[in-house]
Design a protein around this ligand. Sequence first.
Ligand code: SRM
Ligand code: SF4
Length: 568
Amino acid sequence: MSAHSVEDIKRGSHRLRGTLVESLADQVTGAIAEDDQTLIKYHGSYQQDDRDIREERRRQKLEPAYSFMIRTRTPGGVVSPEQWLKLDRIATTYAERGLRITTRQAFQFHGVIKRELKATMQAINAAMIDTVAACGDVNRNIMAAANPHESRAHAFVHAQAAALSARLRPNTRAYYEIWLDEERIAGSGDEDEPIYGDTYLPRKFKIGFAIPPYNDVDVFAQDLGFIAIIENGDVVGYNVTAGGGMGATHGDPETYPRLGSLLGAIAPDQVTAIAEAVVTTQRDWGNRAVRKRARLKYTIDDRGLDVFRREVESRSGITFAEPRDYRFIHNGDRFGWVQGENGLWHLTLRIVAGRIWDREQPHLTGLREIATHLLAVEPDATSVPEFRMTPNQNLVIANIPDGERAHVDALVAAHGLAIHEVASPLRQNAIACVALPTCGLAMAEAERYLPDILTHFDALLAKHGLSDQSIHFRISGCPNGCSRPYLGEVALVGKAPGRYNLMLGGDHRGQRLNVLHRENIDEAAILAELDQLLARYAAERRDDEYFGDFLVRSGVVVARALNLELAA
Ligand code: SRM
Ligand code: SF4
């Protein structure tokens, strides 16, 4: 670990440049200098090593098998067919594990070696996509409701998300100089960062836009959330939430997941001012001494919600209006075709744990063929075909004219992409974080274990006659919560290899946190516990009662103190 604190590294980095150029040129190692490992995150990349062979390489006295993960900044998760083809080419040329859709509607590439990092970044840029601020103590990829069914509202919300993403992007030219060979000019390393200042934010910062009744973006898990208020198909304002977050540390009560709190309502043209006020308040008030307590959720709990709200009002010059009523019905995706208000069609495909590669089935090839076909589709007057990643790691093929549906369906079927037609509701909704072998923080498997644990879980559901129940299941390899596990009706949070904390009692709408039910248990114990609970659920549930709601009503778990503003 670096001898320097993250705050020192940021301050001394000449606006995120550090010694990245020198690190990339050093051919002796596949790694980069320690402080640069912090800085490269702000450029959208992480140094990792293959944990499957870490021990073996240590025994052989070799350095770990270093490689880099790269994450895109794709607000609302939208890319064109042309961009898809370029990203596909990058995945097959430079990366090892295909294209990975993240829980924040971005792409990740894994396994890019240092020698090819710059070429990969350039190729991403050539697809008109960048990776600036995809990681690091800055505003991250902004999420927006994925399924463009209510076409007008979606287009509007997506445009706001994209504009805000551009507004909150750091000003530094470091990315262009390091990766794209832009010439250094006077002032390089000293760019004005009016929003971030010299040390950027105390910690990562996340924003999401939801369109009720769907909460696919899990708006209450965001540092800052915008819940669209829609009248006659138009967005007339937003309810604003602040202070959501998932990350926690095992055994440390000072850290915890938290649902965002409602601040009040605003008009659509007040989004930027409110976001800037929230971000700069967190910049100035966030805890820079203790990184584990540096997220906005702790700032709000430490200072008090009313004090925080007043500060945001004073910085923005906007007084929040009374929150408006809203209702979410669920936080998953709607699979298959839906027709938008604009008459075009949208197909949501299930992508297991967001990983698209040609393994059991030729999924990467299939989507390449679909993208190639869509390039040739005559554009509609209102919208062109596009790919939209969902916050649940799935994929929407959007804006398809009626006459093209059959062809898309044929390509979907030919490449085994119609998982949503055969998978159980449990499988369709499950989310897994990446975890092993790439994530340096993983304590247990998640993505790789998902298919197996779901097979066991499905068998239990069948045993109790519950196969058609849609239970929201999420698994994370550690308590950082990248799959937003604390919102699952059933969730596993990794503790050690093969051992998990079993969390129970979230709802279907992303409005209730689950609770720790059993700590540090193995697969046999997890399944025994679920078997017993599902037996009770089958016997005692009320009509249409979701599993998470049943667990709370029947007292199996005591719901965490609900944020009362949200409970209504
Ligand atoms: Fe995450 C760190 C993967 C969404 C909370 N996350 C990491 C790292 C970079 C590990 C690391 O720091 O070394 C993981 C890289 C794994 C790999 O090999 O690819 C990682 N996080 C992911 C992704 C790819 C999970 C996925 O399976 O899709 C998601 C990428 C999102 C994106 O496109 O930007 C991802 N991470 C999340 C979410 C969900 C969300 O944002 O809606 C959370 C919980 C929400 C939150 O932030 O509170 C999340 N990730 C964390 C944390 C805990 C933060 C905290 O407050 O304590 C860490 C660890 C950290 O920051 O120190 C972390
Ligand atoms: Fe890694 Fe933990 Fe995030 Fe999973 S939850 S990707 S194990 S940091």
